[in-house]
Design a protein around this ligand. Structure first.
Ligand SMILES: NC(=O)c1ccc[n+]([C@@H]2O[C@H](COP(=O)([O-])OP(=O)(O)OC[C@H]3O[C@@H](n4cnc5c(N)ncnc54)[C@H](OP(=O)(O)O)[C@@H]3O)[C@@H](O)[C@H]2O)c1
Length: 257
């Protein structure tokens, strides 16, 4: 049985970088997303640079069949997923009442359902083999309510809560669960979220730096990693003292720029 790290959303942004970082440390990788040509391009690049094995799984994680396809493919190939990078995700801008229910349902399916199901699928084998690490990509959005991106912020709150509780449950085992919580990062996220006109991402962090911070936190077994120091101070130090109304007013203003 081959060991490999499975990275969802490896076709761009933070997932692309996580795959390269993991492979550069001599690990085989399984790359998952919908855009197969991008995954094959990355697989070639990784194999050429690091000489590790790569597998590409084209899958739409908003569908139950898509998640099942990932699990069945790794089982068929005899892969033990000892590192799970639950990174695939997307946002969606607009007032909740104006947004279409189907788009939000897809977002919840990818950001929440697929992430949870993949943990359920791969955790038992990690426990059996006494080896495994999980990195869930959340967001600083998960610490606060988000007018104009209400559903997205709520999905990330779920990821943070799930990560904290499962990592606590697993504290007496060798398995760790980490949530990476970035602020704005320059990736394809803004376009996918319908926010390509937003100024929020102009000063965003770069995807490689963000991925590396998450990767290091995962290797240390940290529960939560807020990737930018300034956001960590805002959330941890000032956050508890800011009234909800003021907080949401500020978030709404930022989201509408
Ligand atoms: N960029 C930011 O400002 C920011 C900040 C905080 C947190 N995050 C989080 O970071 C993670 C990665 O996002 P990113 O910034 O790197 O954005 P990105 O460049 O848009 O990458 C998103 C990845 O998710 C995949 N994905 C989306 N829908 C999918 C589906 N239905 N099935 C399978 N894969 C799907 C995309 O692949 P395909 O399109 O090929 O399927 C892509 O590889 C997300 O969870 C996001 O919420 C981003």
């Amino acid at each position: 049985m081959e060991k490999a790290g499975l990275i969802t959303g490896a076709s761009s942004g933070i997932g692309w970088e996580l795959a390269k970082i993991h492979a550069s440390r001599g690990n085989h990788v399984v790359l998952v997303a919908r855009r197969a040509e991008k995954l094959h391009q990355l697989a070639q690049e990784i194999h050429h640079s690091y000489g590790v094995k790569t597998w590409v799984i084209e899958s739409d994680l908003s569908l139950l069949e898509g998640v099942n396809k990932v699990v069945e493919s790794t089982r068929r190939e005899g892969i033990f997923v000892n590192y799970l990078f639950n990174n695939a995700g997307f946002g969606g801008w607009g007032k909740f009442s104006d947004r279409c229910a189907e788009s939000d349902a897809k977002m919840i399916a990818v950001n929440v359902q697929a992430l949870t199901q993949l943990m359920h699928e791969y955790l038992p084998q990690m426990l059996e083999r006494k080896e495994g690490r999980i990195l869930n990509v959340a967001s600083t959005a998960g610490f606060i309510p988000g007018p104009l991106q209400a559903t997205y912020f709520a999905t990330k709150a779920f990821v943070i809560s799930l990560t904290k509780a499962t990592s606590y449950e697993l504290r007496k085992t060798p398995i760790t669960v980490t949530a990476l919580c970035p602020g704005p990062v320059k990736t394809e996220f803004d376009v996918a979220a319908g926010m390509s006109n937003s100024t929020m991402f102009e000063q965003g962090a770069d995807a490689h730096t963000t991925a590396l911070k998450g990767y290091k936190a995962m290797m240390k077994g940290k529960r939560i990693k807020i990737s930018e120091f300034s956001f960590a101070i805002l959330i941890k130090v000032f956050g508890p003292f800011v009234p909800d109304g003021l907080l949401m007013n500020t978030v709404e203003k930022i989201q509408s720029k």
